[in-house]
Design a binder for this molecule. Sequence first.
Ligand code: PLP
Length: 200
Amino acid sequence: MTLTAVSKTQPPEAIDAALSAGMRVFGENRVQEAQTRWNDRRGGLAGLELRLIGPLQSNKAADAVALFDVIETLDRPKLADALAVAGARAGKPVRVLIQVNTGAEPQKAGVLPGETGQLLDHARAAGLIVEGLMCIPPAEEAPGPHFALLRKIARRHGLEVLSMGMSGDYETAIRFGATHVRVGSSLFGERKAPETPSRD
Ligand SMILES: *Cc1c(COP(=O)(O)O)cnc(C)c1O
C-alpha cells in the first residue's frame, strides 16, 4: 500500500518537512502549480514519484508527461491520444490510471463504469501503459460500494493498481483493496489557500 501525499496548495515548508520525513510519492491536481513546486526540487531527489490526480486538458498533455511519473486521470480517448503523442515525442513511456466516475455524477470527471473497457482498449492501442483505476466517490454517499465497484472493474480487466481513498475514507478504501491512498489534509493539516476550481 502506497501513501500518496497530496501536496496541492501546501507551502514550501510543508513540502520540505514531508521530504525530510522520507515521503517520496506526491499527488498534485494542477499541472502549472506542480511545475512551480517540483521543477526545482526534482533534481536531487532519488526515488521521487509525482502523480497527477486532477483533471487534465489535452493541450497540457506534453507538460504533464514531462513532469509526472503517473497520470491518474485519463478519462477520454482524445486525452489518451494526446498523451501518447506527447510520450512519443519525449521518448518517455506514459503510465496512467483510468479515472472511473463510479457514481455517474454529471459534473464529475471520469469514464462511466460500463465504458472503462473501451477506453482501456483505446489507451493500450495508443501505446499507453495502463496500470490501474482511480475513483473519487460521491461526497454524500457511503464510499464502500464505490470502492468495491472500482475493484470489481479492475479485476475484470486484470488491472493491479487501485487509487482510492482520501483523508475522510482511506481506511475504508484500504479494506476494499486500495493500493494507493491519496491523503492531503490528514497529513498536512487543512489546506491554506482556498482551492480554485480549474481544469488543467
Ligand atoms: C485534494 C485531493 C485529495 C486529498 O484530499 P484530502 O481530503 O485532503 O485528503 C485526494 N484526491 C484528489 C483527487 C484530490 O483532488
